[in-house]
Design a protein around this ligand. Structure first.
Ligand SMILES: Cc1ncc(COP(=O)(O)O)c(C=O)c1O
Length: 373
């Protein structure tokens, strides 16, 4: 079968055993399936540094892609009289603004260039100047560029000013350590098919129990009400509406493989190795990454588009695709770029083969210098 390696931010290449875990049908009210969901939620809590037995946080899964889970968390946690400050340095911050606009959630923004990290100092000044802000939302790894935002400092600032912090950790959770309690996070939101290496179809929010208890009646959406979803799970362990059973079976298998690799640290090491090899190999060919190395998360790398007029992204993509690799277009608003992911079931050998394929592609397209114009 012609199945390319996905060097993308998701859906990703998954292991054969994760795919095979979907070969069984599950009854959603069956005790085995209830146990499967419970086990997944407990493991996701542990990934966030939380002991499930302490009940300080709850993991509330929700059907759909990552955006569904983000929208659900905001809809559930920001009450009608609240105001959300959205920190933006890329498309996923802007998406949270869109969610607020759809929902009619009062909000304000603080924005930085896409190649610059969020600034805790500017955040502190904003919070000091606007007591009406009740909640803050930020992106951990902004997948638009691949930048790693300084989440510990941002969390510290939010805590210092007594506000409630919602973290979009979609593309970092499972590969970069996030200690929910140490950072005093009200919610961490992520999905199955990024660093946990499950398949797409389910997201989840890890939410401080006290904040969930206060969230009854906040949601304007039936299916995205995480408070109601939580209450239902507490009552009988069941999903309120048809669960993505096969996706959850794959997620349970992916979590076992995550544990076997050494958890968040082990997974993060493989991705860091992938990222280092990718950047070194591409630089050797003449490509220029967007970000300074200290800002780069080991998740996805943005490269500046070559200035050679013979470079055309579609031709480049198709030539790489013929060689077995799917890359990703750029998403920056100001600069032309393309992206290559480091996550999913890929290792250093795969990255080396991908860089060789890029070299062959440059020869095929007649591009001698792929540096930006
Ligand atoms: C940081 C971040 N937030 C949100 C999303 C949205 O997730 P989805 O595309 O699964 O809805 C993504 C997807 O790549 C992401 O990287």
């Amino acid at each position: 079968m012609d199945e390319p390696l996905l060097l993308t931010p998701g859906p990703l290449t998954t292991s054969m055993s994760v795919k095979q875990a979907m070969l069984r049908d599950w009854g959603s009210r069956d005790v085995d399936f209830i146990e499967l969901t419970r086990g997944i939620c407990d493991d996701l809590l542990r990934m966030a540094g939380v002991d499930p037995k302490e009940n300080k946080y709850a993991c509330v899964p929700v059907q759909g892609s990552g955006t569904f889970a983000i929208e659900a968390a905001i809809n559930t946690l920001v009450p009608p009289g609240g105001k959300l400050l959205v920190l933006i340095n890329g498309a996923y911050g802007r998406r949270i603004v869109q969610i607020c606009e759809y929902q009619g959630t009062a909000h304000d923004i603080l924005e930085w260039e896409e190649d610059q990290p969020l600034s805790p100092q500017q955040l502190g000044a904003k919070l000091a100047g606007d007591p009406s802000i009740t909640h803050v939302a930020a992106i951990h790894c902004e997948t638009t560029s691949g930048i790693l935002n300084p989440i510990a400092e941002i969390a510290e600032t939010v805590k210092h000013h007594g506000r409630i912090f919602i973290l979009d950790a979609m593309s970092s959770f499972g590969a970069i350590e996030i200690d929910a309690q140490a950072l005093a996070l009200a919610a961490i939101v992520a999905s199955a098919n990024k660093c946990i290496e499950g398949v797409p179809g389910v997201g989840f929010a890890i939410i401080e129990t006290g904040k969930l208890e206060m969230a009854q009646g906040n949601s304007s959406s039936l299916s995205l009400d995480l408070h109601a979803q939580w209450i239902a799970f507490k009552k009988n362990g069941q999903w309120r509406f048809t669960p993505p059973t096969h996706v959850l079976a794959a997620l349970a298998q992916a979590i076992e493989e995550h544990k076997a690799e050494g958890g968040v640290i082990g997974r993060g090491q493989r991705y860091t190795n992938n990222c280092d090899l990718l950047i070194a190999g591409m630089k050797k060919l003449g490509f220029v990454p967007l970000l300074d190395s200290e800002l780069q998360a080991p998740i996805i790398v943005t490269f500046k588009t070559p200035g050679d007029p013979k470079f055309n992204f579609d031709d480049f993509y198709n030539a790489l695709r013929r060689r077995g690799f799917a890359i990703y277009p750029g998403k920056l608003t100001r600069a032309d770029s393309f992206r290559i992911g480091c996550i999913g079931r890929i290792d250093g050998d795969d990255i080396t083969r991908a860089v060789n394929a890029v070299k062959e592609t440059l020869n095929e397209l007649g591009i001698e210098n792929p540096g930006p114009g």
